[in-house]
Write a protein of this length. Sequence first.
Length: 545
Amino acid sequence: MKQSIILGNIITMDEKRPFAKAALVKNGVFTYIGSAEEAKKLAGADAQVQDYGDNYIYPGFLESHCHSYLAGDRAIGQANLAQVGLTDYSKYREIIKEFIQKNPQREFYLASGWVENEEYVSKAYLDEICADKPLFMQTGGGHSMLLNTKALEWAGIDAAYAKEMGYELVHVDENGEPDGYICEAPVFEVYPKLPTTLENAKDYLLAWQDMALANGYTAVADAGVEVTNTIAPRAFYELEQEGKLKLRTFAYLMCPDNPEDPKAEVARIAADRAKYSGEYFHVVGVKTFLDGVTEAHTGWQNQDYADQPGYHGNERFNNHDKMVQLIVEADKEGMSVHVHSEGGGATHFMLGCIEDAEKITGDKDQRNVLAHLHFVTPEDIRRMAATGSVPAVPPLWTAKIPGFYDIEVKYVGEELASQSYPIKSFFDAGACPVFHSDYPVSPSFNIPLSIYMAETRSLPKGMFDGVDTSHNVKEAITRQQSLRALTINVAHAWHQEHRLGSIEFGKIANMTVYDCDFLHDDIEKVAQANIVATIVDGEEVFKAN
């Protein structure tokens, strides 16, 4: 029997015993939490001691919405435009050309992190960089993409396709021919078709695992495993069979917009769950998109866009009866539904579907997840709590970023923009909020920064000197609430609170060690906190230099 004693300042997230100085671990499970003296008495003579001194030990942090394959692909398989920081099309050209020169063997090239500005670029821009192979350039958020001529041909995007999908989603030139710019549904059709190998997919997932563990996460939810490549579930499965997975992944598999047969979609996902699920990769539900994003005019709002009267956004999955059926069928399989719900209109629609589904199932503990929640009415916040739905909120998006906030005001008006990204209201209503980063769609998944921004609703000092980035501060929350939204609340969303999310007897011994007391240290110190180690199943899987 393998035993270890973990020593340090332990913040357990267990209300009955919130603090401790030691934890005893046997075969990857907590068997005692309390004093160092008692832990040593209970442990065998051969127990390994892991002493973290004055550092602080937390339950292993949990990420409620990310994209594993895409994170690894962007880390090692693409030209990274995000390093520029802001829009610079001339610099993008240099980065892409350098990537092509370093990877001449590739059949196609992908660049990500593109930030659009007032300058409109078309396929001609990419043709100048690469004319002989398909080249794709995707925005950081992933909802828009630019294709060169070869890429358009490869993807089968022609005038007929543009007409079928609509010119808002497939832009065309004066002759009615696609000009290279696509967004929303066409992007999510193209991306999973990009050629790759199983070995590449495994490399991407292992690269992501290393990043997540190095940032203190011990388990994550992949919100649409196959959204970027259909080979990902198999890659996860084989990696687990090979004993290479350490990061637990709770997976939501993709359902298309308004599917012809929701029951068949759930049956397919349930079959994949049986085929691929294990301890470290486990399918827990269905993922689908309700809308797009406000900054692309595709978020489904409760009202028209201020700069586009008569238009309130892109309604992707908008068939009420089909969504009700999807929720009901998922419930029969013991699964939940996880939706991308950015605009207030999308959230209002989804809650109506959940309410009607609950009348059929009688299950108010399905824990369906609504992610992003840019704009939410007070009434819908109350409905979310009443239905037991899980609000996945992004603390890293709450600050007023110069330039970006101005665009938001232009699109939805000052009054609505000033009320964006509620968090405290969900806690006050009795809901169970969880934090998400949406990495790598969002460029950061930093735990200390999440806690900092949830409390201050602003960026740390020094990032924009002389600029007040604080925003909607009435929605600020406490440190204790932030820690819950990073640990036990996320475990609740996955129906895993009996195994994960706190340091308690009988739970899996996952922990994250930082050099900072997130509950009591000065908030500016929190923003600068450093990770010391990440522990999975009682074993140290990452240690800072």
